[in-house]
Design a protein around this ligand. Structure first.
Ligand code: ATP
Length: 368
């Protein structure tokens, strides 16, 4: 009987609980044992029954509609070091975990990819130091690992949507609708800062959905002068047409073409100082992550959880480690290594100021 472990890692995202539920129940349905690794990679590094817990069918009852992640998540510095990953490998083997499913963002899946590539040498070291037996070495020498993308940022290449992104977008739209009402009453301008790390997806889609006056995202930067002038002229034109509200959305990773950060305060300075508008800043913060997942995230998490278990059960030492993606509405398996590489190349393209390449890698050319 195989043992399949599931962990949630990195920033929490609505829908992570639904994916844990799907993995646990599919594993049990397929005759396997299911284990929850508590607190992300931290749970692997610490090990033991408190952090690597067997889950039953009933343990995940009702989890589809729960926000956040009930098995905990953490940012684990120790796992970034080889020593931490070595402990993680030993604890996984001690618990008898045959396959690991990681639900997290690009950082977590980069960690998963590194773990996979390092696994043979980690096991060799554990064997040489007598921390595992030859029998354990032989049984676990191939790391069966699979990624599911759970992140509100929607910043992973090769998948159209990450679990949690549409829920976060929904929270942002609601917040902006509320702000719009008060802005209209006082004829005010609002600068709304949204999450997304160095990805502009949430800001862009929120801007389109709320008909914002101006949107600042990392993938389409311009010089300080250009964006200030463009925004001022658009906002002025809208005001001249009788609009009583001004909404400018700033992605938290917004930058100029010189890679200088653009902050809400920078935008406030223009709207208030240059255009003379009564301007307020609203930083949405963690409310964007909160609450129940929207239908799309529950469905995506469930279908991908099922597919992740199928993928680890199909896996052989020769199959590349998979990442479960959604492409054109189909749940598909992609190579984890390639997806991590492609995602990193977006960040590299931005660093190299090749913004056209960054946009095409993000599939956001449509904003041109
Ligand atoms: P989100 O998209 O919500 O920010 P994330 O998965 O990208 O989530 P990170 O904080 O980047 O979040 O990563 C989560 C954890 O994954 C880290 O705390 C660390 O334990 C592990 N991790 C990230 N990058 C690496 C890496 N290069 N090597 C090893 N482990 C890593």
């Amino acid at each position: 009987q195989k043992a399949i472990g599931i962990m949630t890692s990195g920033g929490d995202a609505p829908g992570m609980n639904a994916s844990v539920r799907a993995v646990v129940r599919t594993a049990i349905y397929k005759g396997c044992r299911a284990y929850a690794i508590m607190e992300g990679y931290e749970g692997l590094v610490r090990g033991g029954p408190e952090y690597i817990k067997e889950f039953t069918w009933d343990d995940v009852r009702g989890w589809s509609s729960l926000g956040g992640t009930d098995i905990g998540t953490a940012r684990c510095m120790e796992f970034k070091e080889r020593k931490g990953r070595l402990k993680g490998a030993q604890h996984m083997i001690e618990a008898g975990i045959d396959a690991l499913i990681v639900c997290g963002g690009d950082g977590s899946l980069t960690g998963a990819d590194l773990y996979r590539s390092e696994w043979p040498s980690l096991l060799q070291e554990l064997l040489e130091e007598g921390r595992i037996s030859q029998e354990q070495y032989d049984r676990y020498k191939h790391l069966n690992i699979c990624g599911i993308v759970g992140s509100i940022d929607n910043d992973m290449s090769t998948t159209d949507a990450t679990i949690g992104a549409y829920s976060a977008l929904d929270r942002i739209l609601k917040a902006i609708d509320y702000v719009e009402a008060t802005a209209n009453s006082h004829s005010r301008a609002f600068v709304v800062e949204v999450m997304g790390r160095n990805c502009g997806w949430l800001a862009l889609l929120a801007g389109i959905s709320t008909s914002a006056d101006y949107i600042l995202i990392p993938e389409k930067p311009s010089s300080s002068r250009e964006w200030e002038e463009q925004m001022s002229s658009i906002v002025t034109k809208h005001r001249q047409r009788g609009k009583r509200t001004t909404i400018v959305i700033v992605a938290e990773g917004a930058i100029t073409s010189d890679l200088e950060p653009i902050t809400s305060k920078d935008v406030h300075k223009i709207l208030s100082g240059k255009l003379g508008l009564d301007t307020r800043i609203t930083t949405l913060g963690h409310v964007q992550r909160g609450g129940s997942p929207v239908a799309y995230d529950r469905i995506l998490a469930t279908l991908q959880g099922v597919e992740a278990v199928n993928a680890v059960l199909d896996s052989t030492p020769d199959t590349p480690s998979p990442l479960i993606a959604v492409n054109e509405n189909k749940i598909v398996r992609k190579s984890l290594v390639e997806s991590v590489k492609l995602t990193k190349s977006v960040a590299d393209a931005i660093k190299e100021k090749d913004f056209k390449k960054a946009m095409s890698l993000r599939d956001t050319e449509f904003i041109e």
